[in-house]
Design a binder for this molecule. Structure first.
Ligand code: TRP
Length: 335
């Protein structure tokens, strides 16, 4: 018997970068190997529609993200790995719980409030550019979680409010219709590395400082050579604790490698030589997975087949559960 059901979704917009790898993908795959957890990983393609109206971009990102997780060792035999849109029970549940969700609760969502504030700041109507998708997105996210009775949901800090909303919705449902829903809990990993980007700020698409995870070797080297350093010359001692380059190295290094690099900094290693070592370490970690990734992206049919099998596994649990939920709310056979 599994002790916990752990579930996490990845919105299919864009391509993964080194910060996603270090901060989310790698720890999640490691955690999924724990035999005491039942893990659900899904590609949140309906969430992607909130942000992107570009069909080809949604498809491409779905393929790249699925291939990334598989190439890095997510085992679809051990976990349930599926695409949100393949599981119609999720959107059915979305409507059922939408009818139990206070509008006032959604009014308080940070992402929605930020969008309204930006409109007011720029002199626009408060609703300008805001879709019902953006407004009710926490309800879809709650359905993602509640449909699988997940009790633990690893997320970033920015998602904690959504987990509180999911709990709130589940509680309200249970109170009204009987105890059918599991109250989920956010799991925020505070100790995972926040990787700096090329300019030293947190690696993030919004700062335009990311290093894509699957750059070919030569371009990866070039991108690493562009990480900002200061103007200290070779031979001058350098401070590892004030160096984005060192932080990036440390995120990939084992303790002995980290200590050796600290020593090299103290001894005045040249920035170019330090960058070369960073490149070699990261490239060494990713090279084999990169080959698997490229092979997968070149055979989308294989990735599709994995997702179809995942859909069957996901529905084996969600279909009977939704039947119970529907019954509970009065959507049931007449005779
Ligand atoms: N909203 C999450 C994000 O932007 C992605 C997501 C969608 C998710 N559904 C989920 C995460 C359910 C955890 C559980 O990161």
């Amino acid at each position: 018997m599994s002790q916990h059901t752990v579930l996490t979704g990845i919105t299919t917009t864009g391509s993964p970068h080194l910060g996603n790898y270090v901060g989310a993908i790698k720890p999640a795959i490691a955690a999924s190997r724990d035999p005491n957890v039942d893990s659900y990983f899904f590609l949140a393609d309906y969430h992607a529609l909130i942000k992107s109206g570009e069909p080809e971009q949604v498809r491409q990102s779905t393929l790249e993200i699925a291939a990334t997780w598989l190439a890095l060792g997510l085992d679809p035999e051990q976990v349930t790995f599926y695409r949100q849109s393949d599981v119609p029970e999720i959107t059915e549940l979305t409507w059922i719980i939408t009818c139990q969700t206070a509008k006032g609760l959604m009014n308080r969502a940070h992402a929605y409030k930020a969008a309204v504030q930006e409109n007011l700041d720029t002199g626009e109507d408060e609703d300008h550019g805001i879709t019902m998708g953006l407004f009710s997105y926490p309800v879809l996210m709650a359905a993602d979680i509640l449909a699988f009775r997940a009790d633990k949901v690893p997320v970033g800090r920015d998602q904690v409010q959504h987990l509180e909303m999911a709990r709130d919705i589940a509680q309200r449902f249970n109170h009204h219709y009987g105890d059918l829903m599991v109250l989920p809990e956010a799991v925020v990993e505070d100790h995972v590395a926040l990787l700096p980007g090329q300019d030293g700020r947190k690696m993030s698409k919004s700062y335009n400082n990311t290093i894509p995870l699957w750059l070919p070797e030569k371009r990866l080297r070039k991108a690493i050579m562009k990480i900002v350093t200061n103007s200290l010359e070779p031979g001058e001692p350098k401070d590892p604790d004030d160096s984005a380059l060192f932080t990036i190295y440390a995120a990939f290094a084992d303790p002995a490698q980290r200590e050796a690099m600290r020593q090299a900094y103290r001894e005045g290693i040249a920035w170019g030589a330090a960058k070369q070592q960073v490149f070699e370490l990261i490239n060494g970690e990713l090279a084999e997975a990169r080959e698997r990734y490229e092979a997968l992206v070149a055979r989308p049919g294989d990735v599709e087949a994995v997702l179809q099998a995942g859909r069957d596994k996901a529905r084996a649990s969600a279909t009977p559960y939704l039947r119970e939920i529907r019954r509970a709310v009065g959507i049931r056979p007449l005779a």
